[in-house]
Structure formats: C-alpha cells, structure tokens
Design a protein around this ligand. Structure first.
Ligand code: COS
Length: 383
C-alpha cells in the first residue's frame, strides 16, 4: 500500500530496513539465545542518527515525529523484536522530557539521547502497580536541594543499560495518583542501584530489570513539570508511546508473514508447494489483510499526534490493542504454516510468536486498552 510517505520518511525507513537486514537479522537467533543486550547494534543505530528521528533539531534530533519513530521501530521489529524494543524503550523514557521538560532539562538531556550516546528508560511499574498505575508506592521526599527516592521499580525495559531514567514516585502519599511526581534520574546517582535481570519468554535480547532506590538523591531541578503531575506525565507519555508498541507488533507480524509466504512456496507436500492449497492461501490472505489494517491504523494515529492532537488516549490505545492482537494471531498462524518445523528452534519463526506475546501486555495490557477506549467513548458520547 502507498502510505504517501515523504521523501525523508522513505530514506529513514530504507536506512532502518538496511540495518535490520544486514546487522540485526543475522544475529537475531544468537541474541535470543544469549540474552545479551545488543550494544553493537545500538551503536550502529546511533551512528545512523536513528535515535533522534522524533526529537527536534534544536536538541540535536533530526526533527521528525512519532511517524518517523514508528517507521524505524517497525523495520527493526521485522528482524528482531528484542532489538527493536531496546530502541523504542529509549523513546518511551525520553517522551516525558520532550513533553514536560523545561528548557534547561531539555538542553541537558535530549541531545545525548537524540545522538544515541545515552539510552533512556521509563519507570512506572512496581510489583503491586501494573495495570493499576495509580497504586505505586515509591516515594520522593523533598529535603534541602534534593528529593530522596525510596522504592523498587519492576520490569523496566533498558534497566541497567540506560543512563537516563524517568521515574514516577509519590511526593504526597495521602493523595494517591494525584500525589505522584515525575523525575529524571541518572544512572550513578547516589542510592540508585539495579536488581535482578529478568529471564523472559521473548524479546530476549532486551534488558528487563529492577531499579532500586534507597534514599536516592535526586536534585530538585530534576523534577519534571510540577509536584502532583506525575500521573498525568505518565498517562500522556503512554498515549505518545503506544503507537510505538503497535509498530513493534506490525513489524513482528510482517516479519513472520514474509517468512510464512516464502516457506509456503518452498515446502512441498502432496507433490506441490503448500502455497497452492486454498487452506494455506486463505490463511496468508487473512494474515496480510490484518497486518495492513494494523499498519494503516498505526500510521494514521501517529500522524494525528504529529499534527498536534493531544486528546489521543482512545486512538493510541486502539493502535496497540489492534496491532498486538494481530501480531499474536499472525505469528501463531505463521508457526502453523511451518508445521512441525515451525515449532523447532532451528527455524526462525517460533521466536516471532514469543516476541509478539509481550505486545499484548506491556505499556498497558490489552484489557486496559479496552477500558481506556470504552471510557473515552462513553465520555465523548455523553457530552
Ligand atoms: N491524558 C491525560 N490525563 C489523563 C489520562 C490521559 N491519557 N488518563 C488519565 N488522566 C487523568 C485523569 O483525567 C485523572 O485526572 P484528575 O485527577 O484531574 O481527575 C487522573 O489522570 C486519574 O485518572 P483515572 O481516574 O482514570 O485513573 P485510574 O487510576 O482509574 O487509572 C488507567 C486509569 C487504568 C487508564 C491507568 O492506570 C493506566 O493507564 N494503567 C495502565 C498503566 C500501564 O500502561 N502500565 C504499563 C507499564 S508502563 S510501560
């Protein structure tokens, strides 16, 4: 389909595709096996200026928006979901600074993130606060020139590898979610350490780790927006980033579909390629249609965001809900087309199915996305 990309967007997409094909795909299985963080690939992405595709030029980015970010994320995801999320999670950690940082904070942090000299991460989730993000327990107590953070964040993508963390903590426990505030915390701040690295079903090249704050000293100037705005910072960040998860899902689904089409033409049974059987053809047709529909939704919403629409919670949730469900369905069907071979680790296809699963879970489960969509729908229609 022709999505009427600009010349610059086509260049960015092609560059990401080339890196995915030449640098990521050949290593995807080994990274999945070793669960090693793909630093070498991160360096290539940094040298190619891809970390800054959504960051304004005045902060050393290349000046695009969410659309450019999803194009890159999709291409990388076609080759490896784990590498792609390591890239995309840096954008997730950067969005709070882009959206709510003051000029000094933007000048201090964005250029290194845009250049890929440093990675970012976003820290909201805790052991007891997943879907219920308002239930966080980590506290930030002001004293003198600092806030002192105490608590543990869980399942933080890029945890341990990132240098810059945007962290949501309570400055007023009595107010619950309305007492939350957001902070920029640097790796190396006193009292900030890392807990265990998780072993995962999929996206195994990515790092998922606990962040531990024990009287972590954060300068007052690292407060984002105002005290009490942390929950809004988090919600608006997720509104911006969910199309990125959806792009991961589209890329993973497309990657699996491409492999399934190729395999169906090579695999001979009953003296003919299995692609000649209508049962397989119908599966491929449905897979291709679903992927294209998901892509169209992701691009439309990304363009809406780049046009300056801010009330996008519903549309953003729709992208992640639809694309991740498509990714799970398409990758499962791709394994089915590969048959017994598809179940074996010698073939690349089962990894796509494992990588797809998390897109239905992180940055809000699809049950939460349905709640967000429904609540907004009801609110809109009762006006
Ligand atoms: N943009 C701006 N403001 C928003 C918002 C959004 N998208 N969503 C909620 N808010 C505001 C509300 O308007 C409300 O403001 P007031 O205090 O002024 O009334 C406040 O935030 C609290 O909203 P709400 O009452 O809806 O919060 P809930 O505790 O019911 O939680 C959900 C809402 C479930 C949507 C939220 O907890 C959520 O998104 N959970 C999933 C979190 C997630 O994605 N976790 C994954 C890990 S992060 S990678």
């Amino acid at each position: 389909m022709d999505y009427l990309l600009t010349e610059e967007q086509i260049i960015i997409k092609d560059l990401a595709k080339r890196i995915a094909d030449e640098k990521i795909r050949p290593q995807a299985a080994a990274l999945d096996e070793s669960e090693e963080f793909p630093w070498e690939i991160m360096k290539v992405l940094a040298e190619s200026d891809l970390f800054g595709v959504y960051i304004p030029q005045e902060y050393s980015g290349t000046g695009g928006g969410v659309m450019e970010l999803v194009l890159v994320t999709e291409e990388l995801s076609k080759a490896c979901g784990g590498v792609a999320v390591s890239f995309a999670a840096s954008a997730l950690g950067t969005f709070p600074i882009l959206l709510y940082g003051n000029e000094a904070q933007k000048k201090k942090y964005l250029p290194d993130l845009a250049k890929g000299n440093k990675l970012a991460a976003f820290a909201l989730t805790e052991a007891g606060a997943g879907s219920d993000a308002g239930a966080i327990q980590t506290t930030a107590t002001p004293k003198g020139d600092f806030y002192y953070l105490n608590g543990t964040k869980q399942w933080i993508t890029n945890g341990g590898e990132a240098e810059v963390y945007t962290v949501v903590a309570l400055t007023d426990r009595s107010k619950g979610a309305r007492g939350a505030s957001a902070f920029i915390v640097e790796k190396g701040f006193e009292g900030f350490s890392f807990g265990k690295k998780e072993k995962k079903l999929g996206i195994r090249a990515s790092a998922t780790r606990e962040l531990v704050f024990m009287d972590c000293k954060v300068p007052r100037e690292n407060l984002l927006a105002k005290e009490g705005m942390g929950f809004i910072v988090a919600m608006r960040t997720l509104d911006m980033s969910r199309p990125g998860v959806a792009a991961q899902a589209v890329g993973i689904a497309q990657g699996a579909l491409d492999l399934a089409v190729k395999y169906s033409k090579e695999r001979v049974q009953f003296k003919q390629p299995i692609s000649s059987f209508q049962g397989v053809q119908f599966m491929l047709a449905d897979m291709a249609t679903q992927v294209e529909a998901a892509r169209a939704l992701v691009y439309s919403v990304s363009r809406m965001i780049d046009k300056g629409h801010t009330k996008i919670a519903k549309e953003s949730a729709m992208t992640k809900l639809f694309a991740s469900d498509v990714a799970m369905k398409v990758t499962t069907d791709a394994v089915q087309i590969f048959g017994g071979y598809g179940y074996m680790r010698d073939y690349p296809i089962e990894k796509y199915m494992r990588d797809a699963k998390i897109t239905q879970i992180y940055e809000g489960t699809n049950q939460i996305q349905r709640s967000v969509i429904a609540l907004n729908l009801i609110k809109e229609t009762s006006k």
